[in-house]
Design a protein around this ligand. Structure first.
Ligand SMILES: Cc1cc2nc3c(=O)[nH]c(=O)nc-3n(C[C@H](O)[C@H](O)[C@H](O)COP(=O)(O)OP(=O)(O)OC[C@H]3O[C@@H](n4cnc5c(N)ncnc54)[C@H](O)[C@@H]3O)c2cc1C
Length: 408
C-alpha cells in the first residue's frame, strides 16, 4: 500500500511525485510510455521554455484563460521564483530571452528533464514505465489502481497528472478526462489551444515561409472585431502560425465552432500609423521613380507579398510610381494596414501545443488540488481546465499545480 500514487510522468506528475516523496510519503509514479517527460522534451523547440520571468503573479495570471484565477493559490506557494530556485539548486542555470521567456542556458530540454527525474528518484519515489493505468476504483478510503498489464496497486491518495489530448504520441490521450468523469467530475469540452490557423485564401503557396517579427492581427467574427493581438507570425503550407496566431487560436476556434464567419485582419506595419506609412510610401515611390511600382514596394514589404497586395489594392503592378494616383497609394496603404485573411478552421487538437478545457476548476480545491467530489483524489497539470499563452505559462502551471498536489 502506497501513501500516494501519481499517474503520469510529465512535468506536473514528476513535480508532484518528487514533492510527495520528499515529504516522507511512500510514493509511486506510474508512466504509460517507456520514458518520462516526452512532451517536455519537445517543448520550446527542444529548448524548454520552463517559465516566464514576469514578476507579478496577477500579471502572470493575465496570460491564462479566465479560469487562470484558479492558479492564485498554487502560485502563492510555488511561483517562478521558487521554480527557478528549485532548478538552480539542482545545478540548472537559466537565461531570460525576449518577452521574459526563461530557458536553460544549455538550450537543451534534456537538462530540465534530467533534474526532474533525479529529484523524483533522490526523494525516494519509484518510477515504473510501461504502466498504462486503465482504471481507478475507490474502495472505502483506499484507491485501487488497475494497469493494462493486469497489475494492481493500492494507495491512500492518488494524483492524476496525465495531461490533455494534444500530441498523443507523447502519451497524453485523455485518460484523465475519462477517469475524472467516471469519478463524478465535470469535464469542460477539450479543444485545441496554441495551434495554427487554416486559411481559405488561394495565394498561400506564394506566401508560405514569409514571416513577420511584428504584425498586428484582429479577429473578426461576422464582421465584428472580437480580439486583437500583436507579435511574430509566419505563413505556412496550411495558413498562418507563430506566437501571435497561436495565442488567438482558441478564440478563433470558438468563433468558428459557433458557426460564425471568421476572418483575420493583418496590419503588416503596426509600428507606423497611417500618416507615417503614407509618408514612407510616398518617399519610396519618389526614390524609385524609374522602377515599376511592384519593385518599389519590395523596399517596404517582403517581395512575395507584393503581387497580391497590389492586386487587392487594385493597382496595376506594371505602373511606374509617377503613374500611381493618390487614391491608389491610399488603397495600398489600407491593404497593408488591414489585409483580410479568410479563416477555415484551426489545426486539430492532435497538433495543438496544449488542450483547452478539461477537469472543471469549480470541482477542485485550489488550495490543495484535491477533488471536491472524491476525497483523496488530486489533479495536476494540463488536464485541469486552465490554459495559458505561449512564453512559459503552461509549464509553470504544470509545475505549480504538481508541487501543490504533492505537498497536499
Ligand atoms: C510541441 C510543444 C511545445 C511546447 N512548448 C512549451 C514551452 O516551451 N513552454 C511551456 O510552458 N509549455 C510548452 N508546451 C506545453 C507543455 O509542454 C504542457 O503544457 C505540459 O507538458 C503539460 O504537462 P503535464 O504534466 O500536465 O502533461 P504531459 O506533459 O502531457 O504528461 C502527461 C504524462 O502522463 C502520461 N499518461 C497519460 N495517460 C496515462 C495513463 N493512463 N497511465 C499512465 N500514464 C499516463 C503520459 O504518457 C505523459 O507522460 C508545449 C507543448 C508542445 C506539444
Amino acid at each position: 500500500m502506497f501513501d500516494v500514487i501519481v499517474i503520469g510522468a510529465g512535468p506536473s506528475g514528476m513535480m508532484a511525485a518528487g514533492r510527495s516523496a520528499e515529504l516522507d510519503n511512500k510514493t509511486l509514479l506510474l508512466e504509460k510510455t517507456d520514458s518520462p517527460g516526452k512532451k517536455l522534451l519537445l517543448s520550446g523547440s527542444h529548448r524548454c521554455n520552463i517559465t516566464n520571468n514576469c514578476s507579478d503573479e496577477e500579471d502572470f495570471i493575465q496570460n491564462f484563460s479566465p479560469t487562470g484565477k484558479f492558479l492564485r493559490n498554487a502560485f502563492s506557494v510555488f511561483f517562478n521564483r521558487e521554480l527557478l530556485r528549485f532548478f538552480r539548486k539542482r545545478g540548472l542555470d537559466v537565461k531570460i530571452e525576449n518577452n521574459g521567456r526563461v530557458f536553460p542556458v544549455t538550450d537543451r530540454s534534456e537538462d530540465v528533464l534530467r533534474v526532474l527525474v533525479k529529484y523524483v528518484k533522490d526523494s525516494g519515489c519509484a518510477i515504473l514505465y510501461r504502466k498504462e493505468v486503465s482504471d481507478i476504483i475507490k474502495q472505502g478510503d483506499v484507491f485501487e489502481i488497475a494497469v493494462k498489464d493486469n497489475s494492481r496497486y493500492s494507495a491512500k491518495k492518488v494524483i492524476v497528472a496525465t495531461g490533455g489530448l494534444s500530441y498523443p504520441k507523447t502519451g497524453s490521450t485523455g485518460f484523465g478526462f475519462h477517469i475524472a468523469k467516471k469519478l463524478g467530475h465535470t469535464v469542460i469540452e477539450p479543444k485545441p489551444g496554441l495551434t495554427g490557423v487554416i486559411l481559405k485564401n488561394d495565394f498561400l503557396k506564394e506566401w508560405q515561409g514569409v514571416s513577420f517579427e511584428d504584425a498586428a492581427v484582429g479577429v473578426y467574427a461576422d464582421e465584428r472585431l472580437i480580439h486583437k493581438g500583436r507579435g511574430e507570425m509566419i505563413f505556412t503550407h496550411f495558413g498562418i502560425s507563430g506566437p501571435v496566431i497561436l495565442n488567438m487560436s482558441r478564440i478563433v476556434y470558438d468563433a468558428i465552432s459557433s458557426g460564425k464567419r471568421v476572418f483575420l485582419s493583418v496590419d503588416f506595419k503596426p509600428g507606423l500609423n497611417h500618416r507615417e506609412l503614407d509618408l514612407l510610401l510616398h518617399e519610396k515611390l519618389r526614390d524609385n521613380a524609374v522602377k515599376k511600382i511592384n519593385n518599389a514596394l519590395k523596399e517596404i514589404i517582403p517581395a512575395r507579398l507584393v503581387r497580391k497586395i497590389l492586386e487587392t489594392a487594385r493597382v496595376d503592378k506594371d505602373k511606374r510610381p509617377a503613374q500611381v494616383s493618390k487614391k491608389e497609394i491610399r488603397s495600398i496603404l489600407e491593404t497593408l494596414k488591414g489585409f483580410r485573411l479568410a479563416v477555415e478552421s484551426v489545426r486539430p487538437i492532435q497538433e495543438a501545443m496544449i488542450t483547452c478545457g478539461g477537469v472543471s476548476v469549480k470541482e477542485i480545491d485550489p488550495k490543495t488540488m484535491e477533488s471536491r467530489i472524491t476525497k483523496g483524489l488530486y489533479f495536476a497539470g494540463e488536464l485541469i481546465d486552465v490554459d495559458g499563452s505561449t512564453g512559459g505559462s503552461n509549464l509553470q502551471a504544470a509545475f505549480s499545480t504538481g508541487w501543490l498536489a504533492g505537498t497536499s
